[in-house]
Design a protein around this ligand. Sequence first.
Ligand SMILES: NC(=O)c1ccc[n+]([C@@H]2O[C@H](COP(=O)([O-])OP(=O)(O)OC[C@H]3O[C@@H](n4cnc5c(N)ncnc54)[C@H](O)[C@@H]3O)[C@@H](O)[C@H]2O)c1
Length: 378
Amino acid sequence: MSDSLLSPRVAVIGAGLMGREVASAFGRWFTLLDCPVRPELVGVCDVNAAALDWFRQVPTVRHFDQDHHALLARPDIDVVYVAVPHHLHEAIYRDVLRAGKDLLAEKPFGIDLPAARAIRDEATKLGRFVRVSSEFPFLPGAQRVVAYARSGQLGRVLGLRNSFLHSSDLDPAKPINWKRQTRFCGAAGVMNDLGLHVAHVPLRLGWKPVRLHAQLQKIYHERPDGHGGMAACDTWDNATLHCALDLPGQPGVPLVLETKRMSPTDTNTWEIEVLGTDGGMRYSTKRPKTLETYTRGKEQAWAAVDLGFATPFRTITGGIFEPGFPDILQQMWAAFLTERAGRLGDRFGCVTPDEAVTQHEWWTAALRSHADHAVVNL
Ligand SMILES: NC(=O)c1ccc[n+]([C@@H]2O[C@H](COP(=O)([O-])OP(=O)(O)OC[C@H]3O[C@@H](n4cnc5c(N)ncnc54)[C@H](O)[C@@H]3O)[C@@H](O)[C@H]2O)c1
């Protein structure tokens, strides 16, 4: 197998919050025991020169560019990870694909549905390998919920709820940033920002809504602009989508998708609960090693089990230790690069371009549902 598949040279465009996490994941790649691929971070690009400077401590990085065209013209780059504001996704992702590189895209994969379709179609036309970032399903607890939902042990399905919840926006003095402005984040607001995290598992189970009703809230309408004034904060803060699934022989199963920036006490809390007539499972990053299960009986109770470090790719980390954000980000990268090399097998994979387009269809329907106070058929 070629070097570019097993030893891919990777570059990052957008050296902000998420861009730096890649250097961290690759820097301790030797923790992975059974990943056939060994990537090297070779380049970084950011319009902000100060953001590039952090990467100078990463020994493998040899290209520092402020213009993504300059980075993409370099022949010694196989894969590009792009983590920039949403209004730039379509142009930069398509530039990556036209430069002959494979792409790990950030969510939401374009600022809206037409952008997502254009990126997906360009990737198909050019035959490039593209996946989209979503790391929470790689948590051991989430993996168990997925396996359980697939196993048939639920009996008749009573429903699935998946939530991604933040609370820092409750502070009205928190300054504005691009994620709170429609022209940069997109009209779908919090759904663009947090939505793929709650769409990945239902999409992968093949549990796609046939109709939905959305409740969207804009709670604070302005925020400090960081320069002594106030700026309009015009994105949706909280979104609750009540969806219906038609599962084989089970019409109208409820699926609830929650994305909230104002959820008291929650700091990056990802939660999932699936219930059936015979049993159920739930998992929350508030208790990252604990899986709760329920089995129907005369007396009914949730039982809690500590899972430890049962990640999809085995690691040197002791089986009783707790997993965290950097661990699942590394697992996601391992899945992306292993799938790119054709070696993923039956392990859980990253979001596909088609799945990313489908989540945009859901957010578009949610906007229409809210505007019309109506149930929207999908
Ligand atoms: N997977 C996750 O858990 C997760 C978490 C946070 C953000 N994200 C996603 O990652 C992406 C970036 O978010 P972030 O929080 O890292 O943002 P950020 O604001 O921290 O960083 C964005 C970076 O992009 C740079 N940039 C802007 N325009 C550029 C250009 N033309 N060329 C090169 N660099 C440019 C900025 O200077 C900045 O350093 C978004 O799509 C966001 O939705 C994903």
